[in-house]
Design a binder for this molecule. Sequence first.
Ligand code: 4AD
Ligand code: MG
Length: 465
Amino acid sequence: MKETRIVKILKETTSVGIETIVNVKGWVRTKRGNNNVAFIALNDGSTVLNIQVVVDIDKFDENKIKQITTGTSLSVTGKLVVSTGKGQSVEILADEIEILGLADTETFPLQKKGHSMEFLRSIAHLRPRTNYFGCVLRLRHAMAFAIHKYFNDNGFFYLHTPIITSADAEGAGEMFRVTTLNLDNIPRDEHGKVNYSEDFFGKPTNLTVSGQLNGEMGAMALGKIYTFGPTFRAENSNTPRHLAEFWMIEPEMAFYDLQDNMDTAEEFIKYCIHYALENNFDDLQFLNDFFDKELINRLQTIIDVDFIRLSYTEAIDILINSGRKFEFKVAWGTDLQAEHERYLVEQHFKKPVILIDYPKEIKAFYMKQNEDGNTVRAMDVLFPKIGEIIGGSQREESLEKLLSAIQERNMSQDELRYYLDTRRFGTAIHSGFGLGFERLLLFVTGMTNIRDVIPFPRTPQNAEF
Ligand code: 4AD
Ligand code: MG
């Protein structure tokens, strides 16, 4: 008999049919009872909710039922009935129980509830079996789906950009090298430098830090595109908001200026949050009840408010006049730290903020230069609890200005030959941004550490699992 998913039994009880025989397969969360009857809470991952299996011990081999402990995988067949107990609307009266796999009580680590997040990180291969991570992983899926849906419904095309590249899109130099050279015997040229012509691609290559440059090629042909893929940064930041491998969503739109870009970013992120509230309420309710009592409230509020929009220069004034003692000093020209971003969002405005027109020195070469000669048309979307969730900009469409930005930064014009061609042939204003997928998930789940919203986190000194 084909199993029925527990979510279907609980949410679509009438269509499944009371008094019908069903089969469920899943893992035991708890077992309680006495010599006559056992109650097994079974979870199959389709929902945070368990189905209760009622076992009349007389009908079974008692020793077999004794073997069933937390973590055991079971196949249960029985009649679906309205429950007379409290805590569940329906339950299954077991006719047949097949033990698929036992879980040794002595060694299965998820016996009791209330493990710390740190401990669960050390068993990342088993933590999806907990309610927390079940919720997080279902939400992660839902957000990925919502993102594709938003863009598809709005006329964007999904563009696959390369993972291996020779470009440093952000110019920050935080790249993981990709090589097949023998590190124990590196080929050198006559100056003693590494001879990359002998490497796999005949030149230095790395894992991408952003798909944007390729994304721009797509937008300058298809009009509106987005990328959604893994991104790598070798920054040695051991913070609750940085991963060495994270997923980024990068839409890029031809004929959009910064204003259009901000409108798109705000609408898009609200859409994702709305989608979670509409489609994953049980998961959010669980996280709200057991992890973060403000979660659902916070999500609802974000959808209802208009994001504040202001310039970097205005933000610096607010920070300086705040009278606050920050760990990092505030001065025009320096990059904002998370503490500054969170002050603006959480204390000053109490709303998400979109900051624009940053000093050109702290932003990447491709951003559109403002008339003032000092700032560029950058935008960062700042969120409560997170700080920067989106980074983007209007792009410089003038070949001449782009060339001078490249020169100022001592970057290789030759490497960017293909990129510059978009400005040579049919250039047009265009804009885009990057949303850190795990930062979005931090916000949507209420988790406080980015390591807890990706199944297998990669951070400095940690590539386990
Ligand atoms: O601000 P960033 O560096 O912007 C870009 O890469 C642009 N090329 C995007 C674009 O315009 N197409 O990164 C974008 C976002 C950040 O706002 C943040 O949410 C996330 O990516 N991010 C990280 N998330 C997790 N771990 C890290 N180490 C991250 N670095 C950036
Ligand atoms: Mg940024």
